[in-house]
Design a binder for this molecule. Structure first.
Ligand code: UDP
Length: 486
């Protein structure tokens, strides 16, 4: 029996996209002729509780293999390293487990046609190469970000300083000019402990048998063309690129981490409330699976929303425990006490036009609800694609990972978002929140109208890409054919 092995990085956003790829392969090839094997890393920290999600997906055709837990050297766990550092450490140490797992799959008489890994899992490329299995990447962000990743070793070569010391616009093939301060954080500082891992990931990316990207050609035509033309890897061949997206989860999955998800409550709460709101009138604010704000920032958002006078649906979490401006949640969070976090009387004053939910909302269903007219997002790529598929324009408020880069792409290149302008330390004033929400939601705002039209156009293009003869389906067929020949 033939098998495809998928190796996601532990964060739920990455896992879910990988699973969607697995499902797509199964719907395209007969499930009786092929099975999908997904390697699950057990990190020594908690990114999320994915157990219930995995249980809901497991079947005879989608088989999960849990790799043994990795213990990190004490120095890596004594302070609180950035989540990228932890992920890179864990995935590097995972290689023997990946090898053993692949051997056991082969020993059960499976022929592994391809191994598809996340960018963070790039150390595994050497493992599969030794086993003669073609190694592919699934790039879970957009093509412009892929262009940047492929070009990183060149940036490393031609610029001899840390990007953070440059204060300039970077010229990267396939991308609009990128302010150096908008490059993903670990890439800005050569002394950052994971900088070398990122450069290494990029080198491995270019050595792979192919790169599958969760985007579609009409969303990012320049990036797709310039990557395919070889401009991002000037000193060697560029692997074939397959834009097969948008791959998104049609049905909201549960984030069951204790307290993180209020059972099914938030689903019916949000959707019932939206049912009673006028068409296109609600702005939705939601910041991914990890995004957190300080108490001061939550207050500014509340004031901005209140002053805008617009209807809103806002997902609120507790501020991070540490006071170091961290915007990521790696620990299980308790449900927030909204009364004490938000300005005095805010909930009462806005109760007729606003709904604040704790921790988690069924984002895909919300974005596709008729009452929603705009989305304030942290620019995680899944959120971006979900908004594109729903035809909803955005305000881009990046928090972590490659999200500042995505903001530039969404605002300057694709033109489906307005920027949320923040201060150097990332703080956004109530006045800026009010201004951007007003521009996004007012039907007589020029800025809002232009991105509204583009967002609807991109929704149509996304559907076209996924149709029978659309570019993403053609790319998928090309990919599967190449596996059949391997
Ligand atoms: N999500 C959700 N409800 C929430 C927060 C997030 O359904 O309250 C989902 C969202 O629809 C998306 C994913 O979680 O599919 C977040 O992925 P993304 O790539 O946008 O951001 P990440 O969490 O990886 O930073």
């Amino acid at each position: 029996m033939e098998a495809i092995v998928l190796y996601p990085s532990p964060a739920i956003g990455h896992l879910v996209t990988m699973v969607e790829l697995g499902k797509l392969i199964l719907t395209t090839r007969s499930p009786n002729s092929i099975s999908i094997h997904i390697l699950i890393t057990t990190p020594p920290y908690r990114v999320d509780d994915t157990a219930s999600y995995i249980a809901s997906i497991s079947s005879d055709s989608i088989i999960f293999h849990h790799l043994p837990a990795i213990s990190l050297p004490p120095c890596a766990t004594s302070s609180v390293p950035a989540h990228e550092t932890l992920i890179c450490d864990v995935l590097r140490l995972n290689n023997p487990n990946v090898h053993n797992s692949l051997r056991s799959i082969i020993d059960k008489n499976y022929k592994i046609q391809a191994f598809v890994m996340d960018i963070f899992c790039s150390p595994a490329l050497s493992v599969v190469t030794k086993l003669n299995i073609p190694g592919y990447f699934l790039f879970t962000s957009g093509a412009a970000c892929l262009a940047c990743a492929l070009y990183l070793p060149t940036i490393h070569k031609i610029i001899d300083k840390s990007i953070k010391d440059l204060n300039t616009l970077l010229t990267i093939p396939g991308s609009p000019p990128i302010p150096s301060s908008d490059m993903p954080k670990p890439l800005r500082d050569r002394n950052n402990i994971v900088y070398d891992s990122f450069v290494e990931n990029s080198i491995e990316l270019a050595k792979s048998a192919g790169i599958i990207v969760n985007t579609f050609e009409r969303l990012e035509p320049r990036a797709v063309k310039e990557i395919s033309d070889g401009l991002c890897v000037p000193d060697g061949p560029t692997p074939p690129v397959y834009c097969i997206g948008p791959l998104i989860v049609a049905v909201a999955y549960n984030k069951r981490a204790a307290g993180m998800h209020s059972g099914g409550d938030n689903v019916s709460k949000c959707l019932t409330w939206l049912d009673s709101q006028p068409r296109g009138s609600v702005v939705f604010l939601c910041f991914g699976s990890l995004g957190l704000f300080s108490k001061e920032q939550l207050k500014e958002i509340a004031l901005g929303l209140e002053r805008s006078g617009h209807r809103f649906l806002w997902v609120v979490r507790n501020p991070p425990n540490s006071q170091n401006g961290q915007t990521v949640d790696l620990k299980v969070q308790a449900g927030p006490d909204l009364e004490s976090l938000l300005p005095d009387g805010f909930l009462g004053r806005t109760k007729d036009r606003g709904l604040v939910v704790k921790m988690w909302a069924p984002q895909v269903a919300v974005l596709n609800h008729d009452s929603v007219g705009g989305f304030v997002t942290h620019c995680g790529w899944n959120s971006v694609l979900e908004a594109v598929c729903a035809g909803v324009p955005m305000v881009a408020w990046p928090l972590y990972a490659e999200q500042r880069f995505n903001r530039v792409v969404l605002v300057e290149e694709i033109k489906i978002a307005l920027p949320m302008d923040d201060s150097k330390d990332g703080f956004v004033s109530a006045a800026e929140v009010e201004k951007r929400v007003t521009e996004l939601m007012n039907s007589d705002s020029m800025e809002g109208n232009s991105i509204r039209v583009r967002a609807k156009d991109m929704q149509i293009e996304a559907r076209a890409a996924l149709s029978e003869s659309g570019t993403s389906r053609v790319a998928l067929t090309r990919l599967l054919k190449s596996w059949n020949q391997s």
